[in-house]
Design a protein around this ligand. Structure first.
Ligand SMILES: Nc1ncnc2c1ncn2[C@@H]1O[C@H](COP(=O)(O)OP(=O)(O)O)[C@@H](O)[C@H]1O
Ligand SMILES: [Mg+2]
Length: 292
């Protein structure tokens, strides 16, 4: 038994409590798997770098930001569903050699005053013994901007967000927030974070790369497979493309043939239905007739 075995064992043991409160993801993706604009990717690398060197910069060199902040590195990921926020957190965790723990903030919120903090406190107490990256999803559930105070709980919500921020800052590691609703966030929150990273919806060029990345290297591709058509024709997020590819792979597997354009288009058709989007002949082109 080596030291590494021991520390791995200790980590697993410590993680049991946290795993009851958060979903644990063992990272299996790397930087090369991400399809993002250069600026977004650079910001993600900066987060990983800050997490890695924070003890040197903050402790040894005493570069503490003002306001009595702790040693935690904090960031917000903002972008539509399926743009790669969770995956990016996974890549950063992999880069740091840590597991990722995701917490759905909307499930932490309790309507009774003080209960939300108790739930958060439990999470941070468990997390303290675990060397992991924390990702709080649905951040708008707590940080949503309230233009008017409607009831006692609305007034109290500011106390909850202040509490979460303070715990994130004093967390001895990397704590991330994710939201699909950027416009809805209080600027007082975003000012307090180390970084705010925007995840744009992919343009045609990035969609093309996403189709290619999601197909991967193992699946047999038909000679006529036209990823450029799929990328140009359908405005989809990476998450939608991923689901369409999985559906296409099943079609190809069950027909015992390489995956072709018609399979991908059938996958897209299925995604459109799921999203409640109109399936227009103009978008589906020559494949439209077969799909009805
Ligand atoms: N930018 C991206 N680069 C590569 N793959 C992506 C990207 N965005 C989404 N995907 C694919 O879609 C899946 C779902 O994305 P996810 O990270 O869960 O999105 P979000 O958390 O923003 O809703 C990922 O596991 C990946 O397969
Ligand atoms: Mg997500």
């Amino acid at each position: 038994m080596t030291g590494a075995d021991l520390s791995h064992g200790a980590r697993a043991q410590n993680a049991v409590g946290l795993a009851r409160l958060a979903r644990r993801i063992e990272p299996a993706v790397g930087w090369d798997d991400l399809v993002l604009p250069a600026e977004t990717a650079a910001q993600l690398r900066e987060i990983a770098l800050r997490a890695r060197y924070r003890s040197r910069v903050l402790d040894e060199w005493r570069m503490r930001p003002g306001g009595g902040r702790g040693r935690g590195v904090t960031a917000l990921f903002a972008g539509d569903s399926g743009t790669g926020k969770t995956m990016s957190a996974e890549v950063i965790a992999a880069d740091l050699g840590l597991d990722l723990y995701t917490v759905d903030l909307s499930s932490v919120i309790d309507k009774y005053v003080g209960e939300t903090e108790k739930n958060l406190e439990r999470i941070f107490t468990e997390a303290a013994g675990v060397n992991g990256v924390l990702l709080f999803d649905e951040a708008d559930a707590i940080f949503g901007k309230r233009s008017e105070v409607r009831d006692a709980h609305d007034r109290y919500a500011n106390v909850e967000s202040a509490y979460l921020l303070q715990r994130m800052e004093s967390f001895d590691g990397l704590a991330l927030l994710a939201t699909n609703l950027r416009a809805n966030l209080d600027p007082a929150l975003t000012r307090r974070l180390d970084l705010v990273v925007d995840f744009p919806v992919p343009d045609a060029e990035h969609r093309r790369a996403l189709w290619d990345r999601c197909l991967g290297r193992r699946i047999p591709r038909a000679g006529e497979l036209d990823l450029a058509f799929c990328a140009e024709a359908f405005e989809l997020s990476g998450g939608n493309i991923r689901s369409a590819v999985v559906a296409a792979a099943y079609l190809a597997a069950s027909a015992d043939r390489p995956v072709g354009t018609a399979d991908l288009v059938a996958g897209v058709f299925r995604e459109y239905r799921k999203l409640g989007r109109l399936t227009l002949e103009a978008e589906f082109g020559p494949f439209y007739a077969q799909l009805q």
